[in-house]
Design a binder for this molecule. Structure first.
Ligand code: PRP
Length: 214
């Protein structure tokens, strides 16, 4: 039997994923050992392989078939736009993609002014403003601490992830518009979906059962 390979998102999502998989009898203790520099982990008994990657790279590994299955945030799936099948909402890592800014930016949004939007997610921001709102904006790509942008005058608003809302609150910003809800999703390579159909189907059936119970 060939190995079924999983690409997991390094960090909290990987930990949550392994917790979930352990509930359906899939384990791989080593993978969460922070001191290990190993990149690939194998469960010989079940013929499974696991590796950890940066979030935005997970859909890439899955599209090219280097991994059959991936677990990654919906934000990354939308942003990367890779040819993968999204097969399951894993229901953890829940948060929202939002347009945020100071209260004063409300008016600018309302009147569809040509504003600047800072974000780590230019494709999501473009889709939202151009296709959904039909508002022309200038999008500025940043790589982190997006909340800084309106505070220092780089942009009027941001498109960013909001989880507890405390980063916004502590910086005098607020949610102005909701773009979409987010959570961790399981994605599958389209060819694997056909070739490994039985194994993947079995995995999904088990996952869906425990997700419904939970
Ligand atoms: C994310 C996001 C917000 C923050 C939201 O950033 O970009 O900054 O978390 O969380 P909260 O609503 O619970 O405050 P992350 O910490 O992932 O790092 P980044 O700033 O480098 O993107």
């Amino acid at each position: 039997m060939r190995y079924l390979t999983f690409a997991l998102t390094k960090g909290r999502l990987a930990k949550k994923t392994m917790e979930l998989l352990s509930e359906i009898g899939i384990s791989c203790e080593e993978i969460l050992d922070k001191d290990s520099r190993k990149l690939i982990f194998v469960n010989e008994e079940l013929k499974l392989k696991f590796f950890l990657a940066k979030g935005p790279d997970v859909p890439t590994y899955v599209e090219y078939g280097a991994a059959d299955i991936g677990v990654v945030g919906k934000d990354t799936i939308l942003e990367e736009g890779r040819k993968v099948h999204e097969v399951c909402d894993l229901r953890f890592g829940k948060c929202r993609m939002c347009v945020c800014g100071p209260e004063s930016a409300k008016e600018l949004l309302k009147h569809r002014e040509l504003i600047r939007v800072a974000t780590k997610y230019p494709n999501i921001a473009k889709d939202y403003f151009y296709n959904k709102k039909h508002q022309t904006v200038e999008i500025i790509k940043l790589n982190g601490s997006i909340e800084l942008a309106p505070l220092v005058g780089l942009s009027e608003v941001i498109v960013d992830i909001v989880e507890t809302g405390s980063t916004l609150k502590e910086n005098g910003l607020m949610v102005l518009e909701d773009v979409c809800p987010l959570s961790a999703r399981m994605i599958v390579n389209p060819v694997s979906m056909r070739m490994e159909n039985e194994r993947i189907k079995e995995l999904l059936t088990k996952l869906r059962t425990i997700l419904q119970e939970g």
